[in-house]
Design a binder for this molecule. Structure first.
Ligand SMILES: C[S@@+](CC[C@H](N)C(=O)[O-])C[C@H]1O[C@@H](n2cnc3c(N)ncnc32)[C@H](O)[C@@H]1O
Length: 222
């Protein structure tokens, strides 16, 4: 991916033709991922922590799943903020997962993909927190995975996530909110918090402005 700038490299995974193609591109991008997103002032994880830390169970017995963990900077942001619990990581791409493993912050690292048709491949009903950052967008997590994500939470556990507010992501988000609303209507989850927060602080080429995301926290009820 030489000859491309940071936005170009990011665009390769966001505007890929398929989830499969996006996954392959992460294998090449993994080694430069953290450097590139830091140049673009990727503050998504700081925003996620800022708007959820006061709501999470924070003791040694607390169990967090960093879902679509990438190179591990989501769980790292919680750890840096003082999270005392245990973290597991689930990530589809082996190269990204390898870098996450090297951070030494996870109990278990599971290199598998989340789908819209199968249970998330971890212990069900067991996590106090599932944190999902940078993965509710086109060619990443399928929106239909939401009910399966809820299944891995304890009753009272929290699903904490962001989803970027861009024109390109509007259709994806529409379906995401419909599926989440379905879970709310079934009485499985309730909304604790929803805010618009900074995501990339650099101006993005599509809009000429910094990018924001919706940060949301839902609690499992049953
Ligand atoms: C933009 S990165 C975000 C990683 C990390 N959470 C962060 O904040 O830097 C998105 C990650 O989602 C992973 N991913 C995409 N689709 C996935 C799926 N179906 N199951 C698990 N991981 C997936 C990608 O491989 C990539 O590592």
């Amino acid at each position: 991916m030489s000859g491309l700038n940071e936005w170009d490299r990011l665009g390769k995974v966001v505007y890929a033709e398929s989830a499969n193609q996006s996954e392959k591109i992460y294998s090449t991008w993994a080694k430069d991922y953290e450097k590139d997103v830091s140049v673009l002032k990727f503050v998504a994880n700081d925003s996620l922590v800022k708007h959820s830390f006061d709501l999470i169970k924070n003791d040694e017995s607390s169990l967090m799943l960093d879902l679509a963990a990438g190179t591990g900077i989501t769980a790292l942001a919680y750890k840096n903020a003082g999270y005392k619990g245990i973290c597991d990581a689930l990530e589809i791409n082996a190269a990204m997962m390898e870098i996450a493993k090297q951070k030494g912050i996870y109990r278990n690292t599971i290199c598998k993909g989340v789908t819209a048709t199968d249970p998330v491949p971890v212990q069900q009903n067991s996590y106090d927190v599932v944190a999902i950052s940078g993965a509710f967008l086109e060619n990443h997590l399928p929106q239909g995975c939401v009910p399966y994500v809820v299944d891995v939470l304890t009753i009272g556990g929290l699903m904490i996530f962001n989803s970027r507010n861009t024109e390109h992501n509007a259709n994806y988000q529409k379906i995401l909110w419909e599926i989440i609303e379905g879970q709310v209507n079934q009485g499985r989850i309730s909304l604790l918090r929803s805010v618009e927060a900074p995501y990339y602080e650099e101006n993005c080429p599509e809009s000429g402005k910094p990018m924001t995301a919706r940060v949301a926290v839902y609690k499992r009820l049953k």
